[in-house]
Write a protein that binds this ligand. Sequence first.
Ligand code: UDP
Ligand code: MG
Length: 328
Amino acid sequence: MDKLYLVIPCYNEEEVLAETAGRLREKMRSLINRQLISPGSRIVFVNDGSGDRTWPMIEELNAADPLFAGVNLARNRGHQNALLAGLMAVKEHADATISLDADLQDDIGAIDEFVEKYREGFDIVYGVRRAREKDTFFKKTTAQGFYKLMRLMGAELVYNHADYRLMSRRALDGLAEFGETNLFLRGIVPLIGYPSSVVTYERNERFAGESKYPLKKMIAFALEGITSFSIKPIRMITSLGFILFAVSLIMLVYFLSIHFGGRTVPGWTTIAISVWAIGGLQLLAIGVIGEYIGKTYMEAKERPKFIVERAIGIAAEARPESGSVRKI
Ligand code: UDP
Ligand code: MG
């Protein structure tokens, strides 16, 4: 039987951790009892530099039940990095992983279907949100707009898929090949390839605690997504430059015709406006180019994306597997 590892990034989640751990344990036990996954499967919490009791709680869980494991990051690196840290830490031990959020907003009832798809032979299974009724109007519209914008900018995203997904070991090996610093996992994973499938589920409200994704982080995340995956903004600037150049040629003809027609007017309104418009455009263009140069700079540094301070209970102890179990 194959080992399934759940990977859960946690940042200041002391309010939800106990409840989450309980629910997930129940789920995993039922899967193990039905012989769908190996008893050596794990629930791995990644502590993303929390300032509260999250890590001690993870240690307690691990001490009480070897089903729970933990990865402690040296400091807060954000959801995407924490998730990657978890996935890379379990890569050598897990046959498949499912990543999900600590607040269980993603319906864990869908895990059965993920496993089913995996057994059918899919390497990557995307969890796709069925409806967004439970989200606030604001979150709903901004999220919807984000996917549209990303598509428009040329990044292939699975619509309404966040980071609730199953990945097989070889898909994780594929992911490990991507060396970029600017992490946008849901854009990278489709680039890995391999057979993939989709599972739909309902997204719930957080049952306790607050969102760790305030607007500022959301905007930064969206910008990250666009600039990491597409050079369309640069192309748009280039096109705009061409159009402007064409217009200026027409204007030149127009100005010359006025000049030679002897109807020369002071016309400095036009000039003033042009100066401002072109000045603005140039600044914008420089800004966009600067954005990419900045990214190149950051990538050139090849800084580590995370530093694992400690990992507990990740490796499943070698216990003989019983009888005639089918490999999934
Ligand atoms: N998270 C993290 N590091 C951060 C921020 C968030 O590991 O810096 C985790 C958080 O603990 C949760 C997941 O990322 O498990 C999603 O965060 P949250 O539920 O706050 O986001 P939302 O669902 O509101 O988008
Ligand atoms: Mg949440």
